[in-house]
Structure formats: structure tokens, C-alpha cells
Design a protein around this ligand. Structure first.
Ligand code: PLP
Length: 395
């Protein structure tokens, strides 16, 4: 394996690098010195207030990860044994494990190639009388067609929760913020995301009647919230639940990035523009394809991907970028239905041929806010990508 030190170039362009605003240390120190380090204190409230004001979310629960947000959301939706939950196979394992942990059965739906998101035209094929929930994802920060998905779901009385792990601050083609136009949505603040605190997440609950119970699930199945709100004097055990709380120290770290959200998004956008420019001629020649968000979509520029014409060309691209230039690009998700757990559930790779094929040819490019701040580094990455593509696809 190459460590990078063998390369002739001293520059290394990693796949991701968390962005740390100047205010981060000050805010984290304040949180540390407050002696209130557990969940739902001042910095958590700042993050919650910020998201509710900016995006119009009904309620937000700050949780330890995007995975925890999914688990809590599936629990809140009341999924249990015998219930089926539809999700794309092209997603992170957490979307499926949240269903399994609640006793439900994941059922995989095909995706569409322009965005890699769940294909609403294929949804009704997998709906059965047992379908309780649909969890589409917003891949690469591009919102899925949630309006269309909700329309179908409403017809069948199915709950929709968007796994918006990657799409905070994106807008759908109808101008709605990701997570605002659906009963439930989840976000991730893992270090690989645009706005991050190491590990963290949020569950958005837009249905007023579900909010009180969500507090109980978040607080280990207790009605502690009612005590904090002055409704009761003593709290006790009322429901199932877990410890779905984010430490206030991490919330302080995250808040510093929320304050710089626009410039983070803009810097990422600058990189996406460069990548679009340098890949256009290869796309015109049919060698690769790039994301095609629906008209009017505003992306948070979470990721930029290329879909190669063959799996072998994908492999060569990643390898040559790494060994010749120290530039790190990665494959996307491995389709869940055709990996060990999916196969154990009875799926075969050919059950979702579109997902299987696209997942085997996709590559995600290096993308992080700081890369846009150095013309030298961005230029270096762009030149490396162009050189490797030209080598694989000579004129
Ligand atoms: C679509 C999706 N869902 C869920 C997660 C899990 O988020 P976390 O790492 O915060 O638990 C990820 C992580 O990358 C993701 O991409």
C-alpha cells in the first residue's frame, strides 16, 4: 500500500478534512467551563434554535450521530416486528440497521442514475400491506424527490422519514429546505459531513403530535422533559427509548460551523464548479457521467461524484490518482442488498440491477472547504484528475 511518501509530489490531497472555524476553541472552552456537559444545555439549544429559525423545522433533537437519529426516528414511527420499511440499497448501513434494531424488515427499492437517490417511479413495486415507513436518502447533498414520495406514501398511509445525513442546507427543486417538507428527517454531523462535530446528528420532527413522545425516547424512556418544562415535579419511566443526547461540548463545536455555514457551502461549491469544468469534455465523450440534480435544486455541495463507463476504469482512476499524485478519491456505498447481511436476508445482486451496476462504477472526489482556500492545492487536485482521466480516455 502506498503511504504517499514514495510519490514525487509533496502535496497530499485527502478525501476529506473537517473545517474548524476560528471560534471553535473559544466556544468549546466556554462549554467545558460551564460544567454543563450533558445534552440539551446551552449549546445544544443554540444549534436547535438556529436550525428551527433558518429551516422552519417544527422541532429538532440533537443526538449522538446520524445513526442514532435514524434509530430514534424509526422507533418514533412505531416500526416493529412484521413491519416493512422501504429504503434504497444504495445507502449507508445505518439506514437499514435502524430498521433491524426496531424489529422491522428493510425492503430495498431501486435508484435513479442522475442523482443516485430512490426512484419514486419504482416505489409502488415494493409497497405491500405491511409497509409502515419509507426512508429515502439525499445522496451527495442532492434532495430526493420527497414531494413525489410523500404523495405515494400518503395514498398508502405510510410514514416518510428522509435520511438527510448529507443534505443540511440543501433545497429541493420546489425551493423547500431539506428536512422541512416531510414528517421526519435525520441529519449527520459526523466528521465527513459539511458541518461536523466528530460524531453527532439531529432528528427533525415536523409533526406536532409526535414531539412529546420524541422527548421521552431521547431521555431514556423517561418524562424528564415535563419536569424541565415545569409540568411535573418528579420524572419517571414512561416509554422505551435510549440515551439519544449530544454532549454540549460537541454542540459548541458544531455551532461555530453553523455560524459559517454560508461560506462553507460556498467554498465547497467553488470546488464543485472546478470539478464540473474539468470533467465536462469526458462526459461529452461518454466516458463518465456526473450528478444531474433536478432543475432548481440548491445543493449544499456535499459531494461530487463520477460514474465511470466500466468498473475497471474506476479502479484505475482511484489507483493512479493515489499512487501518482497523492490525491484521494473513494468509491461510494457498497450496495446493501448484495453484501453479506443483504444476501442473508435473501437478496441476490441481480434483484436490483441498476443499483448494483451504478454502485460498482461510482467514485467520490476529494471535497472539503479548506481545499477551496488554496488555489495551489485545488489547481493541483484538478490537474491530477484531468491528467489521470486523459490517460484512461485518450482523445
Ligand atoms: C445516508 C447516511 N445515513 C446515515 C449515516 C450515518 O451517520 P453517522 O455516521 O452520523 O452515524 C451516513 C454516514 O455517512 C450516511 O451517509
Amino acid at each position: 500500500m502506498s503511504t504517499g511518501s514514495e510519490s514525487q509530489n509533496s502535496l497530499v490531497i485527502p478525501f476529506n478534512k473537517p473545517y474548524i472555524p476560528e471560534k471553535t476553541e473559544q466556544y468549546m472552552l466556554e462549554a467545558l467551563r460551564s460544567s454543563k456537559h450533558c445534552g440539551n444545555h446551552g449549546w445544544n439549544q443554540k444549534c436547535i434554535g438556529w436550525m428551527k429559525d433558518r429551516y422552519g423545522f417544527e422541532e429538532v433533537f440533537m443526538v449522538p450521530s446520524g445513526t442514532a437519529a435514524l434509530e430514534m426516528g424509526v422507533m418514533l414511527a412505531g416500526v416493529g416486528p412484521g413491519d416493512e420499511v422501504i429504503l434504497p440499497s444504495y445507502t449507508f448501513s445505518s439506514t437499514a440497521t435502524a430498521v433491524l434494531l426496531n424489529g422491522g424488515t428493510p425492503v430495498f427499492c431501486e435508484i435513479e442514475p442522475d442523482t443516485m437517490n430512490l426512484d419514486p417511479t419504482r416505489l409502488e413495486e415494493v409497497i405491500t400491506p405491511r409497509t409502515k415507513m419509507i426512508i429515502p436518502i439525499d445522496y451527495a447533498g442532492i434532495p430526493c424527490d420527497v414531494e413525489r414520495i410523500c404523495e405515494i406514501a400518503d395514498k398508502h398511509d405510510i410514514i416518510v422519514m428522509v435520511d438527510a445525513a448529507q443534505s443540511l442546507n440543501s433545497k429541493s427543486s420546489t425551493g423547500k429546505w431539506a428536512g422541512s417538507n416531510v414528517p421526519l428527517a435525520t441529519f449527520s454531523f459526523h466528521e465527513t459531513k459539511n458541518y461536523s462535530c466528530g460524531e453527532g446528528g439531529a432528528l427533525v420532527v415536523n409533526k406536532k403530535e409526535w414531539i412529546e413522545r420524541a422527548h421521552f425516547l431521547q431521555e431514556k424512556g423517561t418524562d424528564r422533559r415535563l419536569v424541565l418544562d415545569g409540568v411535573k415535579s418528579k420524572y419517571g419511566w414512561v416509554d422505551k427509548g435510549s440515551s439519544y443526547l449530544l454532549s454540549d461540548i460537541l454542540a459548541a463545536m458544531l455551532f461555530a460551523q453553523f455560524e459559517e455555514m454560508d461560506s462553507i457551502t460556498e467554498n465547497r461549491g467553488k470546488i464543485v464548479s472546478v470539478y464540473k469544468d474539468i470533467t465536462r469534455s469526458f462526459e461529452d465523450r461518454g466516458c463518465i457521467s456526473t450528478p444531474k440534480p433536478p432543475q432548481g435544486t440548491v445543493s449544499n455541495n456535499h459531494a461530487f461524484f463520477l460514474i465511470f463507463d466500466t468498473q475497471e476504469n474506476r479502479r484505475e482512476f482511484i489507483e493512479r490518482l493515489k499512487t501518482d499524485f497523492n490525491v484521494y478519491a473513494y468509491i461510494g456505498y457498497v450496495a446493501l442488498h448484495s453484501f453479506k447481511k443483504g444476501l442473508e436476508m435473501g437478496y441476490k445482486p441481480e434483484d436490483l440491477p441498476i443499483t448494483e451496476d451504478l454502485a460498482s462504477r461510482i467514485v467520490r472526489m476529494p471535497l472539503y472547504a479548506d481545499l477551496a482556500k488554496s488555489d495551489h492545492e485545488l489547481g493541483y487536485a484538478a490537474n491530477a484528475i484531468q491528467t489521470v482521466l486523459s490517460g484512461i480516455y485518450p482523445e
